[in-house]
Design a protein around this ligand. Structure first.
Ligand code: NAD
Length: 474
C-alpha cells in the first residue's frame, strides 16, 4: 500500500468513525433486521408486483417525514459499510472482473461520500406580492439500470441518493451481476426497515433479461429512468418516452505537458488506470504526453508498478487485448499479470499496469474504452497537438478528462476545449469524489443528459408554491 492509498484509508476510516459517533454508535447491538413481508426483501418474481410494491412503499416513505428519512439513510450507510468487504468479494466472484481491495474501497467510499438529504434545500423568494417556496419533490418510482462494472457500489449510491429525495427504486441489474446487485439491495432494504422504514422501498425481480428492462422502461408505474452503462442502454433510455437521466461511456484521456510534476503525474495516472483494474468509467484510459518529457514520464510510470512492454510485446498485447473490433470481453477488468500471461509476456509479478509506449493516435486501445490495466501512451510534439488529440479520443462523451500541468492558462484552455462533465487537474481522475480534491461521490455521471455528477437533487422535481400577498414581512 503506498502513501496515497494509506491516506485514503485513513480518511475513509475517519468518516466512518464520525458517522458512527453521529448515530450514537457505541458498539451497542444494532436493531435486529426483521424479515420483510411481500417479496424477499424487495426481490419479486414478477415485474408488476415489484413495481406495485415500490409505488406503495414510496407513499409510506414520504409519509414518515424527512427526519425519519435521514435516520433511514444513516442506517443504509452503516449497512453498506458493514458489508463492504463481503459484497466486494461477491461482486468480484460473480462478475469475474475488478479486484477485491479496490471494490472494498469503492463500497466504503460510496457508503460514506454519497450526499444525502442535507443537500436538499427549499428556496424562498419574497417580494411586494408575497412569498414563494421552491420545493424539491420526489419523482415517485425510479427505474435504476445498473452496470456490471460497479454493481454493488451503484446500488448503494443510487439507493442513498434516490431515497434521500423521497423516491422508491426499482433496480434492473446487469445479467452478469444480478446476484450481488440484488443482494446489496436486500442488505439496504433490511437496514431501512430496521430503522423504521417501509418494506420494498427498493425492489427488483429475481429473473430478468433485456426484455424486462424494456418492459420496465415503458411501465406506467415508473416515473423516471436512470441508465448507468454503455451507449446501448443510454439510447434505449432516451427512446423510452420517460424522463431519463443517462450516464454513458467515457474514454478519459490524461494530458501531460512539459511543465508538469512528472513524478506526481505518473503516480496519479497509474493509480487511476489501475483502480479496480480500470473498470470505472472515470479511470484514465490513455496518456497523452508532450514528447520532450515523455521518456521521463514513462520511466516514472515504471517506478509505480508499470511494466513497459517492448515493441514486439506491445504488438502481441494489442492483438490479445483487442479482438473482433472491441476490447477482449474476458480480459476486461482483469489483473495486469493475467493479461500479460495471456499474451505470453514475462513481467514481474508485482506489475499493476502494462504500459504501451509510442502508440499511434489510431491505436485501438487509444480510441476504445478498454477497461483493463493496459495503458497506451501517445507522444505528441506540442501541448496544442496533445489537446487536439485528447478532444478527439474523448469522442464527445462529455465524461471525464485529466491534465497534469503547472500552467493555469493551459488547464483552463484544455477544460474549455474538452468540455467534459468531470475535469481534474494534477491528481488522479477519481479525485473529484471528495477525497483528494473537492467534490462529492456519484456512481452515475450523467454526461449525455446533462445532470452531471448526480446527487439527491438530481432525483427531484421542482415545485413552486406561491402565497400571494402574505408573509412579506419587511
Ligand atoms: P452495459 O451497457 O453492458 O450494461 C449496463 C446496464 O444496461 C445493464 O443493466 C444492462 O442490462 C443494461 N443494458 C445494456 N444494453 C441494453 C439495452 N439495449 N437496452 C436496455 N438495457 C440495456 O455496461 P456494463 O458493461 O455493465 O458497464 C460498463 C459501461 O458502463 C462502460 O461503457 C462504462 O463507461 C459505463 N459506465 C458509465 C458510468 C457513468 O456514470 N457514466 C458508470 C458506470 C459505467
Amino acid at each position: 500500500m503506498d502513501m496515497d492509498e494509506r491516506r485514503i484509508r485513513e480518511i475513509v476510516s475517519q468518516v466512518i468513525g464520525r458517522l458512527r459517533e453521529e448515530e450514537g454508535g457505541s458498539g451497542l447491538p444494532r436493531p435486529a433486521a426483521a424479515p420483510i413481508a411481500g417479496g424477499r426483501e424487495g426481490v419479486f418474481d414478477d415485474l408488476e408486483a415489484a413495481i406495485g410494491a415500490a409505488r406503495q412503499a414510496q407513499k409510506e416513505l414520504v409519509a414518515l417525514g424527512t427526519d425519519k428519512r435521514s435516520e433511514i439513510i444513516a442506517a443504509m450507510r452503516r449497512a453498506a459499510l458493514d458489508s463492504a468487504r463481503v459484497m466486494a468479494e461477491k461482486a468480484c466472484a460473480e462478475t469475474k472482473m475488478g479486484n477485491v481491495e479496490d471494490k472494498v474501497l469503492k463500497n466504503e467510499y460510496t457508503a460514506t461520500l454519497t450526499p444525502g438529504p442535507e443537500v436538499l434545500r427549499t428556496e424562498t423568494i419574497t417580494g411586494d406580492d408575497g412569498c414563494t417556496l421552491i420545493e424539491r419533490a420526489p419523482f415517485g418510482v425510479i427505474l435504476a439500470i445498473t452496470p456490471s462494472t460497479n454493481p454493488t457500489a451503484t446500488v448503494t449510491n443510487n439507493g442513498i441518493a434516490m431515497i434521500a429525495a423521497g423516491n422508491a427504486v426499482f433496480f434492473s441489474p446487469h445479467p452478469g451481476a444480478r446476484e450481488c446487485t440484488l443482494e446489496q439491495m436486500q442488505i439496504l432494504n433490511r437496514a431501512l426497515v430496521a430503522a423504521g422504514g417501509p418494506p420494498n422501498v427498493m425492489t427488483g425481480v429475481a429473473e430478468s433479461s433485456l426484455r424486462t428492462v424494456v418492459q420496465a422502461m415503458k411501465h406506467p408505474g415508473i416515473d423516471l429512468v436512470s441508465a448507468t452503462g454503455g451507449a446501448a442502454v443510454v439510447r434505449a433510455a432516451l427512446e423510452s418516452g420517460k424522463p431519463a437521466v443517462c450516464a454513458g461511456p467515457g474514454n478519459p484521456p490524461a494530458l501531460v505537458d512539459e511543465s508538469a510534476d512528472l513524478a506526481r503525474a505518473a503516480r496519479s495516472i497509474l493509480r487511476g488506470a489501475t483502480y479496480d483494474n480500470n473498470l470505472p468509467c472515470i479511470d484514465e484510459k490513455v496518456a497523452i504526453v508532450v514528447e520532450q518529457v515523455a521518456d521521463r514520464l514513462v520511466e516514472e510510470m515504471t517506478r509505480n508498478g508499470g511494466y513497459l512492454a517492448r515493441p514486439d510485446e506491445a504488438t502481441r498485447l494489442t492483438e490479445v487485448c483487442f479482438t473482433e473490433n472491441a476490447p477482449t470481453r474476458d480480459l476486461i477488468g482483469q489483473d495486469a499479470t493475467a493479461i500479460l500471461e495471456r499474451a505470453g509476456v514475462a513481467a514481474p509479478a508485482s506489475t499493476k499496469c502494462v504500459i504501451l509506449d509510442r502508440c499511434p493516435p489510431e491505436h485501438p486501445l487509444v480510441q476504445h474504452e478498454q477497461m483493463m490495466p493496459v495503458l497506451p501512451v501517445v507522444r505528441v510534439p506540442s501541448f496544442d497537438a496533445g489537446m487536439e488529440l485528447a478532444v478527439q479520443v474523448e469522442h464527445g462523451f462529455r465524461h471525464t478528462a485529466a491534465i497534469h500541468s503547472d500552467s493555469l492558462d493551459r488547464i483552463t484552455r484544455f477544460a474549455r476545449a474538452i468540455n467534459t462533465t468531470i475535469f481534474v487537474a494534477n491528481a488522479p481522475a477519481f479525485a473529484w469524489v471528495g477525497v483528494e480534491a473537492e467534490g462529492w461521490l456519484s456512481q452515475t455521471i450523467a454526461g449525455p443528459t446533462g445532470q452531471g455528477v448526480t446527487d439527491p437533487r438530481t432525483w427531484t422535481r421542482q415545485r413552486m408554491i406561491a402565497l400571494a400577498g402574505a408573509l412579506r414581512v419587511v
